[in-house]
Design a binder for this molecule. Structure first.
Ligand SMILES: *[C@@H]1O[C@H](CO)[C@@H](O)[C@H](O)[C@H]1NC(C)=O
Ligand SMILES: *[C@@H]1O[C@H](CO)[C@@H](O)[C@H](O)[C@H]1NC(C)=O
Length: 464
């Protein structure tokens, strides 16, 4: 549909351009018109201004490097690239596998950079930002290895491409950025970005190492924000699609799905743990530390497991503010920006494994209570029987499925103060027009980069 529209639009433009411009000064070749020996894309010529813009985002993960190219119209709506809503390419291994050879790390991105640049029309390249965000893999390198890799990548982009580039656009993402980009992505896809703050959607992204919460808050609550340090704040001032937002974003390091298991193991001091499925006897390794993973002789116990999860979250830690989530962290003051919540990453995967969502669902509406109900069933199932009762459970997760469900319920209800019966949406992909967008940070990052440079004056046909 989008494609057909675009094609129809293109034809209309061709006719109009032919009608408006003296034939002698113009020749048509593919998607470009040549006017006085300068090449301009059709849209740019006809609409009299730069009506579309591209953004290139590299996601440097621990196992692979990926590139996304997005194409936007002047309203910041996505336009198709070929048959798809984006150009996507990936390569293995990730940058961190080249720790000792920064140049080789940078070179591994070269094919991705070439493919990305190829889809951006030459004239639009100097306006197309190139951004690279590195996550877990590079964060774990030692000494200055990560810095040297990032520097080599900067040099590569500067030397090998004509894309718009700033040194600070190649960086290790911090949790706050990841949380911000997820909020932008979800609100963009749902077309709530640009609406007043009370109409926006709050997001909670449960990664492996950390959990991020982001939601737009009122001016009044923003004024109450504690200043943690000069360079670290709870509230970001952002402008998207012409609307100013006070965005509460917090990344809770060590409270991600994989990290939280370790916290729960620590509460039982490396002896047996009642969150583990009966019949399993093994170990769990996180951050280089090995934890004993086995149920006590009395079996799995969901009630005690819930107590341990609350202990791990430090629900009772002293709170210096009006209200805290957990571990003494300011909650942002609440309000309409979190009335509607979208949960992503591990909230989605666990929901799929435990049958809260149907096998092939890209997402769905549920309630925190569903995690508790699922926990009741999972925690009462023996390790050996899980596969037959919960066929979507992944082997690596099975021993911890009771623990994960209990943790996620506790995090939502006791940590983030979501009532057990509140409707929440769990997502992996979000419908956008006639396509589906992955609930991931790169698109949010692309929109953030372009929104930070909206003051740039765009050239018009009058200048040609
Ligand atoms: C924040 O500032 C302090 C000193 O003012 C500095 O030591 C610290 O590294 C800074 N943190 C970040 C994330 O830049
Ligand atoms: C915990 O127990 C496991 C085996 O039961 C052992 O391999 C591991 O070293 C222990 N970890 C700590 C931190 O004591």
């Amino acid at each position: 549909m989008v494609k057909q529209l675009a094609a129809g639009y293109g034809l209309l433009l061709v006719s109009l351009v032919l009608f408006l411009l003296p034939i002698s000064s113009l020749s048509y070749s593919g998607q470009f018109y040549t006017v006085h020996r300068h090449k301009y894309p059709i849209r740019r010529v006809l609409l009299g201004h730069e009506s579309e813009q591209y953004a290139v985002v590299f996601d440097a993960g621990s196992t692979a490097s990926r590139v996304h190219v997005f194409r936007f119209d002047q309203n910041l709506d996505l336009l198709p690239i070929g048959d798809d809503v984006e150009l996507y390419e990936s390569t293995k291994p990730g940058l961190s596998s080249y720790a000792v050879d920064p140049q080789a790390a940078a070179n591994s991105l070269k094919p991705l950079l070439e493919k990305a640049e190829d889809v951006v029309p030459v004239e639009l390249r100097p306006d197309a930002p190139a951004r690279l965000g590195a996550t877990a893999g590079l964060r774990m390198l030692e000494g200055d290895e990560a810095d040297r890799i990032l520097e080599a990548v900067r040099n590569l982009i500067k030397k090998e491409s004509t894309l718009k580039f700033k040194d600070e656009w190649v960086s290790i993402l911090d949790g706050t950025q990841e949380g911000t980009y997820m909020w932008v992505m979800i609100n963009y896809a749902l077309e709530t970005l640009g609406k007043r703050y009370s109409k926006t959607i709050g997001t909670i992204d449960l990664g492996g190492g950390s959990v991020q919460m982001a939601y737009a808050i009122s001016e009044e609550n923003a004024n109450k924000a504690p200043q943690v340090s000069a360079n670290e704040t709870y509230v970001l001032q952002k402008n998207f699609k012409g609307t100013n937002y006070n965005l509460y974003v917090h990344s809770y390091l060590d409270y991600g799905a994989k990290a939280a298991r370790a916290l729960i193991f620590k509460t039982t001091k490396n002896s047996t743990n009642p969150c583990i499925l009966e019949g399993y006897d093994g170990t769990y390794t996180y951050g280089g530390v090995v934890y004993k993973a086995a149920a006590p002789r009395t079996g799995t116990n969901m009630r005690i497991c819930m107590v341990l999860a609350r202990k791990a979250l430090k629900i009772k830690a002293p709170c210096k503010y009006e209200k805290c989530t957990f571990n003494g962290i300011w909650n942002g003051g609440g309000g309409d920006g979190q009335k509607n919540l979208y949960l992503s990453s591990s909230f989605y995967w666990t929901a799929l494994e435990a049958g809260i969502l149907e096998s092939n669902a890209d997402g769905g509406i549920t309630r925190p209570l569903a995690y508790k109900e699922a926990a009741k069933r999972v925690c009462a199932t023996k390790f050996a029987d899980i596969k037959s009762e919960f066929p979507n459970a992944e082997d690596d997760d099975i021993p911890y499925l009771c623990m994960d469900l209990v943790y996620q319920y506790t995090l939502l209800v006791h940590g983030f103060d979501v009532t057990p019966k509140q409707k929440v949406t769990v997502v992996n992909k979000v419908n956008y027009k006639n396509s589906k967008l992955n609930a991931e940070w790169p698109l949010g990052c692309a929109i953030d980069v372009m929104s930070s440079s909206t003051s740039t004056v765009k050239g018009s046909i009058a200048d040609i």
